[in-house]
Write a new protein. Sequence first.
Length: 135
Amino acid sequence: MPAPGSSKAPTKFTGEAQDLKDFIEEFEDCANVQELTDEEKVKMVIKYTDRETMRYWKTLDAYARKNWGALKKDLLEAYPGAEKGHRFSVLGLRKLAQRQARKRIALENDLVKYYQQFQVMSTALKADNKLTDNE
């Protein structure tokens, strides 16, 4: 596996629930390229976390058993909202729109950035049935 922090390494897990799903996917992609066994994945995944997170993950039963599938499941259950991979609200989407309404869009790039943020949030909210196509 690439050294933590190197350009080919998975992005270090921040400890934030909304980042866990993406972190696991990125770690698995890298581990699969390296053809790691499940036991090796369990051993290596903590190398891409901070010290506090590493200590916590080591307390999980699946870590002690070196069971990658069970560890993934335990981690997603241990971080509320991690399974969704986001923490968006309708209020947050409204705030984004209000903030953007107060700004002048001077460059096409500004519009693209706003559209991308809006699209990510609105798509996730629709998938969670918190937003309809008419809102």
